[in-house]
Write a new protein. Structure first.
Length: 257
């Protein structure tokens, strides 16, 4: 099932997206599905008539995993980590599909990173690998925008990866997905830049969720970004980035200054 968050008639709703591409409808859900479950109403809209928002605004945190694809670590001249390399993005970094992202004036080297994101569905801690499916609400696409120059000079990643708009998410959450071998791609102005697969992750999704839960209590709506394949590059004002994750859909972002 595809769960979207959207606005129509100046109201924000969660909804279930159904139908073939180009003819999708969205059925309004009652309440917040993270806390009350998925309960469809009789209200329905054409997807083309609503504005999609980020499918979730994490109440607590976005936990990201660095260097989780060997080819990406190599292209930046880094060694592979022996355990998952974790960092945070604040929830103020979230942007929705198609939202323009304003590039900060203090970075001249902003890069894109196409990623599969895991959305947590229930409070959990110390989750065994075999029980990870019980705590996952679903999956969405993410773009881990990064100020590469600031990443180098700050010696830590808070500014480089946490600025406003640095975490586009969307277009919706897919609740039923096999993450073992999904294509993860990005395009810039229509040209393919990244073309990887989750089968090439150093640490797979169940391991990552379990590992993160050992460090932090995870809350409903928390998001885990799982790393990016090779092919990242510098983008600037006016560029359009599309993150395309198999089984989920396309997440577009337009940059401005």
């Amino acid at each position: 099932m595809r769960i979207a968050r959207f606005t129509v008639d100046n109201e924000i709703h969660f909804g279930a997206v159904q139908g073939a591409p180009g003819a999708e409808t969205v059925t309004v859900l009652a309440g917040d599905p993270f806390y009350t479950g998925i309960h469809p109403t009789e209200q329905r809209h054409q997807l083309a008539d609503v504005r999609l928002l980020a499918p979730v605004i994490p109440r607590s945190k976005i936990v990201c995993v660095g260097r989780n694809y060997a080819d990406h670590a190599a292209e930046l001249g880094n060694e592979l980590p022996t355990s998952p390399m974790l960092f945070f993005k604040p929830n103020t970094s979230v942007a929705g599909p198609g939202d323009p992202v304003t590039l900060p004036p203090w970075t001249e080297e902003v890069s894109y990173e196409a990623e599969l994101a895991v959305v947590i569905g229930r409070m959990c801690k110390d989750v065994p690998v075999e029980r990870v499916p019980e705590v996952v609400f679903g999956y969405t696409a993410a773009n881990d925008l990064t100020g590469r120059d600031v990443q180098r000079t700050d010696n830590q990643w808070a500014r480089a990866k946490g600025f406003d708009g640095a975490c586009p998410l969307g277009p919706w959450i897919e609740t039923d997905l096999d993450t073992s071998a999904l294509a993860v791609r990005s395009r810039v102005n229509g040209q393919t830049k990244q073309d990887g697969s989750t089968r090439d992750m150093v640490f797979d999704v169940p391991f990552l969720v379990s590992y993160v839960s050992q460090a932090f209590t995870l809350l409903p709506g928390d998001v885990i970004l799982t790393g990016t394949p090779a092919g990242v590059g510098i983008v600037d004002e006016g560029d359009r980035i599309e993150v395309d994750v198999e089984g989920i859909g396309v997440l577009p972002t337009v940059l401005r200054r």
